[in-house]
Design a protein around this ligand. Structure first.
Ligand code: PLP
Length: 368
């Protein structure tokens, strides 16, 4: 039985929809009457072929992915794609360079990794803190760049793009790990979108890569074969043994998203949820402080401090203890920023979020 008394606000691996967990539990020993578990099933069996094809079909339907895009299910985490993207796309143009917009930990890591494989141009001056998106009119984009890279939602810092970067025709690449399928997205505007599954669409082990056909086949010769998009696309992600169980869980989550109304319904829900928490922060008279510019506040990850701008250690500890007593877990901010972080991915319900908002108001009243 699922423990109804726990609310998981973790940043990832994160809460899964209860119907998904229950179905996985029911089918754990015998998948769909087949007599064996997905955990012990050949990745080349007709049953697994059905699972991976269904996952791809659902993704295409939910995101309206055009036919000239390939969908791959890869290993190595989203971090694997920090290298995979550079190794496959840096050589699209002869200058072997790429533009990066660095708005937080994850895009910074991606840019650092890409430097191993080509020239990286950070298109704006280095920021002192990751609390905003530098003004697009100030970006120094290079028309000779093979691609422009950005992270659509910075999970650690809670900075999310509510707009699509304009690149003057240069291929756009986006890390959507922490806001994938939390809202609709026009895939046709991107060269590549990728996302680790363990936040909005499943559990750890699989990373979705959606890439336009013409960007495939340009890998550097040093590219490890399992990261080579041409090899993986041609072999339907089955060059080697894929993370079968993680793909199966993703398939269940995608079915759940479809049943729940798709990306547009997720967006409406996520907006309502995040508004609840931001409203408490904004009406707290500075007791709760979110350092992020209002224009790019994330709907998925809300970092905030308690007591004062730079956070009051004792109050934050007390806040976390009180939350834990109410069954609210994984609210501690990332170790690099401290404070509190509430992650409100698709599987976190409105009721879960209302419980958090209610607790925040009570805590405020007690300590004001
Ligand atoms: N990109 C973003 C936006 C993330 O939030 C994370 C992990 O939290 C990663 C990349 C790295 O993912 P992984 O741990 O799957 O390599």
């Amino acid at each position: 039985q699922i423990n109804q008394n726990i609310i998981n606000f973790g940043a990832g691996p994160a809460k899964l929809p209860p119907p998904v967990l229950l179905q996985a539990q029911q089918e754990l020993l015998s998948y769909s009457g087949f007599g064996i578990s997905v955990l012990e099933m050949s990745h080349r069996s007709p049953e697994f072929t059905q699972i991976i094809n269904k996952a791809e079909h659902l993704l295409r339907e939910l995101l309206n992915i055009p036919d000239n895009y390939k969908v791959m299910f890869l290993q190595g985490g989203a971090s694997g794609q920090f290298s995979g993207i550079a190794l496959n796309l840096m050589g699209l143009k002869e200058d072997n360079c790429a533009d990066y917009i660095v708005t937080g930990t994850w895009s910074a890591k991606a840019a650092k990794e890409a430097e191993k494989y080509g020239k990286v141009n950070i298109v704006h001056p280095k920021m002192d803190s990751y609390t905003k998106i530098p003004e697009p009119s100030s970006w120094n984009l290079n028309p000779a760049a093979s691609y422009v890279y950005y992270c659509c939602n910075e999970t650690v810092h809670g900075v999310e793009y509510n707009f699509m970067p304009e690149t003057n025709g240069v291929t756009l690449v986006s890390d959507m790990s922490s806001n994938f399928l939390s809202r609709p997205v026009d895939v046709s505007k991107f060269g590549l979108i990728y996302a680790g599954a363990q936040k909005n669409v499943g559990c750890a082990g699989v990373t979705v890569v959606i890439v336009r056909d013409d960007l495939i086949g340009h890998a550097q010769k040093e590219c490890p074969i399992i990261l080579d998009y041409k090899v993986q696309a041609e072999m339907n992600s089955l060059y080697n043994t894929p993370p079968c169980f993680s793909i199966y869980i993703m398939c269940l989550v995608l079915e759940w998203i479809k049943k729940s109304g798709g990306a547009a319904a997720m967006e409406a829900l996520n907006k309502r949820k995040s508004d609840l928490v931001y409203d408490v922060i904004d009406s707290s008279n500075g007791f709760y402080v979110c350092p992020v510019d209002e224009a790019c506040r994330s709907r998925m990850n809300i970092p905030f401090r308690v007591g004062k701008k730079e956070g009051d250690d004792a109050l934050e500890k007390e806040f976390l203890n009180g939350a834990s007593k109410r069954g609210m877990i994984s609210l501690k901010g990332h170790r690099s920023v401290g404070g509190i972080r509430a992650s409100l991915y698709n599987a976190v319900t409105l009721q879960d979020t209302e419980a958090l908002a209610k607790y925040m108001k009570e805590f405020l009243k007690e300590h004001q």
